[in-house]
Write a new protein. Structure first.
Length: 396
């Protein structure tokens, strides 16, 4: 026998991952605060859209909280049903046709990516900043990528690389592609991954390629799935979005909708909670700090004509020690790191400006044009003029 006044609320989430379970915890915490709710839990990993629609058609459900990747399988939640709905996810109001009795709760996905970039930049020892998406075309992953790359670009942090999967993520072919890509990146590299489960695959690819983590590649995931992160080898650092708060706010908004308050669509954005640091981002030795100091100096001054001697003076140590530590941690030489930074700036100017070649070379820190021409052709298989012609958008 049902209690009079009890409201039947459907919760339709992916509960197999940490984010869904944390959202559910927030919903429970709100519901326990004196609300007369009876929760119907539909795990999207198990329940089908037909089962969920059948439950709704019985006419007893008075409110719904649903996650992003549940809704495409149950479009009637958004289109046909007039039942108050709170949507937790990354897509916005313009992505769906429903306009009434609905509110949205979003993580600040771009802010999460920006936090990842800031976390790596504080470590100050990377030649390259890389990103691995969760899966192609996933909204939250794309927005995290945008926040990450934009923060790095604004800070002029250095080289940015994006992994573009050719095979289905998680397959042996994909893992082999990841290993090859990670091997190709200059070391040390910072790799931000949009999802913890995908970050575990990145760590596996590092082991396949015999790349030391965090000495040569630092890895940061997202969601702080403690079971995954703590059992990873080495344990995975991860950003903790405020998923529990998202669940609580969603329940709060649904309560208002069911009571007839604030009927117009509203959107609530939630910032990330914190970075949970584990072994994959921890600085390991004083050698890493020495190399980080050298790389930061090179990134800021390579285009100003500095030499290896200038870097050594900046470090305040012997040439032999600096060379040894640089090879050990960065896997390259100080001279090659200076040249790589100059070359990156040279290519940027070729792509983005129409300055004469000699001025581009000078602004990039190269003093001998003839030597540069030979170096560039060896590296790119083309002249600087040909490279510019092939890479300036206005020329296509």
């Amino acid at each position: 026998m049902k209690k009079i006044g009890v409201k039947q609320v459907l919760v339709f989430l992916h509960m197999s991952g940490a984010s869904g379970r944390d959202m559910l915890s927030g919903i429970f915490n709100y519901a326990k605060g004196g609300r007369m709710w009876s929760l119907h839990l539909a795990n999207a990993s198990i329940k089908t859209s037909e089962e969920v629609n059948a439950l709704i058609e019985k006419g007893n459900i008075k409110g719904i909280i649903a996650g992003e990747y549940c809704l495409p399988d149950a479009p009637r939640l958004l289109e046909d049903s007039g039942i108050p709905l709170v949507y937790i996810g990354s897509k916005g109001e313009n992505d769906y046709s429903r306009k009434k009795a609905i509110s949205y709760v979003h993580n600040d996905e771009a802010g999460i990516g920006s936090l990842a970039a800031s976390t790596f930049m504080k470590l100050g020892r990377f030649q390259c900043f890389a990103f691995v998406p969760a899966r192609p075309g996933v909204a939250y992953s794309d927005r995290r990528q945008t926040g990450y790359t934009q923060r790095l670009a604004d800070a002029k942090a250095g080289r940015i690389e994006i992994f573009e999967p050719k095979a289905k993520p998680g397959t042996p072919d994909d893992r082999a592609d990841l290993a090859r890509w990670l091997t190709s990146l200059p070391k040390p590299t910072a790799v931000y991954v949009a999802w913890d489960f995908r970050a575990i695959q990145v760590l596996e690819a590092c082991r396949d390629a015999k790349i030391a983590v965090p000495e040569h590649v630092a890895v940061l995931g997202t969601d702080n799935d403690e079971l995954l992160c703590d059992s990873a080898e080495p344990p995975l650092s991860s950003i903790l979005p405020d998923h529990e708060r998202a669940g609580y706010v969603a329940a709060e908004r649904l309560d208002a909708l069911m009571r007839g308050r604030n009927p117009k669509p509203q959107t609530v954005f939630l910032k990330a909670k914190k970075v949970v640091e584990r072994e994959t981002t921890r600085s390991v030795t004083s050698s890493a700090h020495l190399v980080g100091k050298a790389l930061a100096y090179i990134n800021g001054n390579a285009t100003k004509g500095i030499t290896v001697v200038d870097v050594i003076k900046h470090l305040g140590c012997s040439r032999r020690l600096a060379d040894l530590r640089f090879r050990e941690i960065a896997g390259t030489t100080i001279l090659k790191a200076i040249t790589a930074r100059r070359m990156a700036e040279l290519k940027r100017l070729l792509r983005e400006t129409n300055l004469p070649i000699n001025k581009v070379a000078a602004r990039s820190g190269f003093s001998c044009l003839k030597r540069l021409e030979r170096l560039f052709r060896t590296e790119e298989g083309a002249s600087m003029t040909e490279y510019r012609h092939q890479n300036q958008p206005s020329r296509h």
